[in-house]
Write a protein of this length. Structure first.
Length: 305
């Protein structure tokens, strides 16, 4: 899936007033302290902050305005904020991205999690990184999404995935059969605990933990990775990202689970799924000498003796 890199418009950065929407995982004990620090930092730089409704309520920060994602669904030049800041781990970043898919607002992640392939800014560097953001020293990567639709007798709460779509057995039931077609041609009937379809961005997430291949984010493809397959000959497969994928599930319980970037729901096995590349993208803010190769070395310890 192609990533387009755009250098910032320095003329636009001459605006006297920058606005940032702040999202965070208030369940993490360190978040409140970090949020307080960020609010003081932005106030000292003359940056206006809008808080996500959940963060505003849970931390009782009623002196700040709340950010309304629906009001932000407008052309990029008239967005109510310039950037979104996600404070937490990659899970928090995915939640933030799901809220902002329709807005075109670029997102920068501050990492309080573990690996942090999406939320890459470490708290020890946050002040210098944010100063570079304010000064316009950044690039924007456009990350591809998967779009999920289902047959008429089904409804999905989430229809866009930045990392992955996982089709899995429900509860303690036996393995499910996932009839898979690509571009209308039968590919395979996967007998397994599930099947994952991941983007290159999501290749280092759940996909990696079940043995799927890692892809650089600049690659164009959709990864199909079986979860606990009952056949030793079945292996992960990467197909072009313009291919269309149809899935029909057979289960003894009459149901299965669909997880879209970790947001799960139960579906009847009469519901078929259609997955293809979304026309939308998520914009990630990149600052400094970031590279995916550096992330592999730093977070997965590649090249270490």
């Amino acid at each position: 899936m192609r990533i387009q890199i755009f250098f910032c418009n320095f003329a636009a950065l001459n605006r006297l007033h920058m606005k940032i929407a702040l999202f965070g995982n208030s369940q993490k004990s360190q978040i409140r302290e970090e949020i307080d620090h960020l609010l003081e930092f932005f106030q000292s730089r003359g940056v206006e902050v809008l808080l996500s409704q959940e963060l505003r309520q849970e931390l009782n920060l009623t002196d700040y305005s709340s950010f309304d994602a629906e009001m932000a669904q407008c052309p990029v030049d008239s967005n109510p904020v310039d950037f979104a800041l996600s404070v937490g781990g990659d899970g928090t970043f995915l939640t933030t991205a799901s809220r902002l898919i329709m807005t075109n607002i670029p997102i920068l992640g501050v990492n309080f999690g573990h690996l942090g392939f999406l939320a890459e800014v470490e708290t020890k560097n946050v002040d210098s990184i944010l100063d570079q953001l304010i000064q316009g020293q950044y690039t924007i990567e456009q990350r591809a999404l998967l779009h999920i639709s289902c047959s008429e007798d089904g409804h999905l709460a989430s229809t866009e995935a930045l990392n992955e779509v996982a089709i899995m057995k429900y509860g303690l039931s036996s393995a499910i059969t996932i009839e898979t077609r690509v571009n209308g041609e039968e590919l395979n009937n996967y007998q397994a605990d599930g099947l994952m379809l991941a983007t290159p961005t999501g290749s280092t997430a759940y996909n990696m933990s079940v043995g799927g291949p890692i892809m650089v984010p600049q690659a164009r493809g959709i990864i199909l990775t079986p979860i606990a397959s009952h056949s030793l000959t079945v292996r992960p497969l990467v197909v072009p990202d313009d291919w269309k994928i149809d899935l029909t599930v057979k289960s003894r319980t009459g149901s299965y689970m669909v997880s879209v970037d970790g947001r799960s729901q139960i579906m009847a096995d009469t519901v078929t799924l259609h997955i293809e590349k979304s026309p939308r993208t998520v914009k990630l803010v990149q600052i400094g000498d970031h590279s995916f190769i550096h992330s592999l070395k730093d977070k997965l310890l590649w090249g270490s003796n």
